[in-house]
Design a protein around this ligand. Structure first.
Ligand code: GMT
Length: 376
């Protein structure tokens, strides 16, 4: 199949899922065309089946905000025509599925099916803003197929938008062949030369991720056992988290690494991942850690209970309860045999339920379904 994929190319779960999906589909022989304003971050020239089309937005003194949505729609229609695309797959509803609807309308009577994958904040935050709600609902209803990355998100979409549309749940995935605890050895020696326990947090440091809580949790943990903290990513809450690190004089133990490309190695070097978010429709960072046999300590919110089983492959704790999170972290980190068992079960779950080999065929099946509807 020839598939156009649009996503946010910057750091963020939805862009990562879209990019990895494109790479997996290309490896299975599909022709993939990324259509977005910059090359997606995890995309490298790794397959002749992958193409990138940059959307440029012309500025003009009259435009207060250059109309990206329109430039994107035009590029989608152009690429669909020039490369005979079978369908467009949009990740994150706003504004991508609106642009796709425009592109599809421009090309009529030719039929160009549109798949929209909802990721989370496009529904729970942005889509629920009154000014965006009607157009998001419209773009969901106009998509030929809609998927959500968890049952939680599917239900939240029905609740928020009152749409009648059938929404398929297709969980996020991880390529288990690229993950493994052995990959973390070099970095473990580097960050924890004296055998300290390594805690890791990986996010875009938006307030919803609660990176300041991560520092609070770490402060309690390090008072009870030798530990270091790796803070990976960047975003608006980073300076608050850094400020707390200096207030607690944790500078030698807490490392802010910024945006990194070696996520698999970094995750694999950790003994525990912390994700104390206020909300998470799925929690891709948790899944990536689990695939490397790293147990996870996450909030009991959103789609996280669909990914993590409390007491089996990690722990689910009420958000903002830093004392309880710290207690659970110390419990996991002070019993290495139990921690390893949890990590093994985490890896097993990632492999059996969320591996690319389990999930990608679900997307392929969905594409086939809408293409056969389209030709009916
Ligand atoms: O988490 C973010 O802030 C980024 C956001 C995105 O769309 O890029 O992530 C959402 O999509 C990810 C991939 O499906 C999910 O793993 C995250 O849980 C979800 N974030 C939230 O729901 C807050």
């Amino acid at each position: 199949m020839r598939i156009g994929i649009t996503c946010y190319p910057t750091y963020g779960g939805s862009g990562i899922v879209a990019t990895e999906l494109g790479k997996e589909l290309a490896a299975r022989g599909h022709e993939i065309h990324f259509i977005t304003y910059a090359p997606p971050l995890r995309l490298r020239a790794e397959s002749p089946n992958i193409h990138f089309h940059e959307v440029e937005t012309a500025s003009y003194p009259l435009f207060n905000h250059p109309p990206y949505t329109l430039s994107l729609a035009t590029m989608m229609a152009d690429v669909a025509t020039a490369h005979k695309l079978d369908l467009l797959h949009c990740h994150y509803a706003i504004p991508h599925s609106v642009s796709a609807f425009l592109a599809k309308s421009m090309l009529e009577p030719r039929r160009l099916p549109v798949v929209t994958t909802l990721h989370g904040t496009d529904i729970t935050l942005v889509g629920a803003d009154r000014s965006y709600l009607p157009i998001t609902r419209f773009s969901i209803e106009k998509s030929d197929a809609v998927t959500a990355v968890s049952q939680y998100l599917r239900n939240a979409t029905y609740r928020t938008f009152g749409v009648k549309k059938e929404i398929d749940v297709i969980y996020n995935f991880v390529n288990c062949e690229r993950c493994g605890s052995e990959r973390g050895k070099r970095l473990r020696d580097h960050f924890a030369p004296n055998g300290e326990r390594i805690l890791i947090h990986l996010s875009n440091f938006r307030p919803v991720k609660r990176p300041v809580d991560v520092v609070e949790i770490f402060n309690i943990v390090q008072s009870q056992l030798p530990a270091v903290l790796l803070m990976v990513g960047d975003g608006p809450e980073r300076s608050n988290a850094e400020h707390l690190v200096s207030r607690y004089a944790l500078g030698s133990k807490a490392h802010f690494l910024g945006k990194r490309d070696d996520i698999e190695e970094l995750t694999a070097c950790a003994h525990l991942l912390l994700l104390p978010s206020d909300n998470e429709s799925f929690g891709l960072a948790a899944l990536e850690a689990m695939a490397s046999a790293v147990p996870v300590l996450v909030s009991n919110v959103g789609g996280l209970p669909e990914v993590v089983t409390d007491g089996v492959d990690g722990h689910l704790v009420e958000p903002r309860n830093v004392e309880e999170m710290a207690r659970r972290a110390v419990e996991i980190l002070s019993d290495e045999a139990r921690r390893i068992r949890m990590g093994e079960r985490a890896r097993e779950k990632a492999r059996t339920r969320f591996s690319s080999s389990a999930i990608i065929p679900q997307y392929e099946e969905l594409y086939r379904r809408i293409l056969s509807d389209a030709s009916a």
